[in-house]
Design a binder for this molecule. Structure first.
Ligand SMILES: [Zn+2]
Length: 279
C-alpha cells in the first residue's frame, strides 16, 4: 500500500469517554486507518461548567500520547453555542464574563502544556441569532484572538458558512490585534482555498469535500472530520477514519502525490500551530 509512512492529520475531532468510543479507542481506530496526528478540541457541554471539558481533554491527550502511536495536540476554548445556552439562565453580560473567565483559564492551560496549540473552537453560532448575541460573540472572538496573539498560538473558528466577506472580516480582526491570519483556522470549511490565499485565513476542509477540483486550485488547506464521538448520533458527522481514507484514495488515484500529502498534513499543520511533527 502506498503512503504507509506518510503523516496524515485530522485537524478537528472530538473524543468523548462517556458517550462515544473514548480517547484511546478513537486514536487506535484512527491509527489503524492510517492516521498519525490528531488535533482535538473540547466539546460544548451545555451544563454551565465551561472548563471541566478542557481538563478532561488535557487528560485524554496525555493518555493518547502515552498509550498509542498517535500524536495528539489540542485546542481549548468555549464553543460559541454555549453563549446561547448560558443566556437562558443569566443576563448576556454575565454570560460574557463567564466565558471570558473560561478563556483566561484556557490560556493558562495553553501556557502550561506544550501539546495545547491554540484556542478553539470559538467564534459565533452557525445558526441565526439575534443582534445582541452576535455582537457579544464577536467581542469574545476578538478577545480570543488577542489571547492567541499573546500566547503566540493559534485559533480555530467555528462560525456560519464561510464566504469571501467572512474571510476578509476574520483577517481584519486578526490584524487589528496583531495576530497573523495564517494562525487563524476556519473550521468546517467548504472549498475556500483561493479566499484563504487572498486573506491569509487557513481553511480546514471537511474530508469528504476534498476532491480533484479543489486540489487543483491549491494545497493550502488542512483536512478534518469534526468527529463527535457520540454513539447515539452515528453519521451526524464524518467517521474518524475519513481523513486517512480519503487521503489514500486521492493518492491511489493520482489526484495528489506524496509531496501534496506532505504539504497538507505536515507542512501546513506545522505552520499553523508552530509544531514539529518529525517524520
Ligand atoms: Zn467541532
Amino acid at each position: 500500500m502506498q503512503g504507509e509512512k506518510l503523516i496524515i492529520t485530522d485537524n478537528h475531532a472530538h473524543v468523548d469517554n462517556s458517550r462515544g468510543l473514548g480517547a484511546i479507542k478513537v486514536a487506535k481506530t484512527f491509527y489503524n486507518a492510517g492516521g498519525r496526528v490528531l488535533i482535538l478540541l473540547n466539546k460544548p457541554t451545555f451544563d454551565g461548567n465551561l472548563t471541566r471539558s478542557m481538563d478532561i481533554l488535557v487528560k485524554d491527550i496525555e493518555k493518547i500520547n502515552k498509550e498509542t502511536n498517535v500524536k495528539a495536540f489540542g485546542l481549548v476554548g468555549v464553543h460559541p453555542a454555549e453563549l446561547t445556552y448560558l443566556s437562558k439562565y443569566m443576563p448576556l453580560e454575565e454570560a460574557k464574563e463567564k466565558i471570558i473567565k473560561a478563556i483566561d483559564y484556557a490560556s493558562s492551560l495553553i501556557e502550561r502544556y506544550d501539546f495545547l496549540v491554540g484556542i478553539g473552537e470559538v467564534g459565533r453560532p452557525h445558526y441565526e441569532v439575534d443582534e445582541k448575541i452576535l455582537k457579544i460573540s464577536n467581542e469574545i472572538l476578538l478577545y480570543c484572538m488577542e489571547k492567541a496573539k499573546d500566547l503566540d498560538s493559534s485559533i480555530q473558528i467555528h462560525a456560519e458558512s464561510s464566504t469571501e466577506e467572512q474571510f476578509k472580516e476574520f483577517s481584519e480582526m486578526a490584524k487589528k490585534v496583531g495576530l497573523n491570519p495564517e494562525r487563524v483556522v476556519k473550521h468546517h470549511c467548504g472549498d475556500m482555498v483561493l479566499e484563504g490565499e487572498k486573506y491569509g485565513i487557513f481553511p480546514s476542509i471537511l474530508a469528504n469535500r476534498v476532491n480533484e477540483d479543489l486540489v487543483k486550485k491549491s494545497l493550502r488547506f488542512v483536512m478534518e472530520t469534526d468527529y463527535i464521538d457520540d454513539l447515539k448520533r452515528p453519521g451526524a458527522v464524518l467517521g474518524i477514519k475519513t481523513v486517512p481514507r480519503i487521503t489514500k484514495k486521492l493518492l491511489d488515484r493520482g489526484i495528489i502525490d506524496e509531496d501534496g500529502v506532505y504539504k497538507i498534513h505536515k507542512e501546513n499543520i506545522e505552520k499553523i500551530y508552530k509544531i514539529n511533527l518529525g517524520g
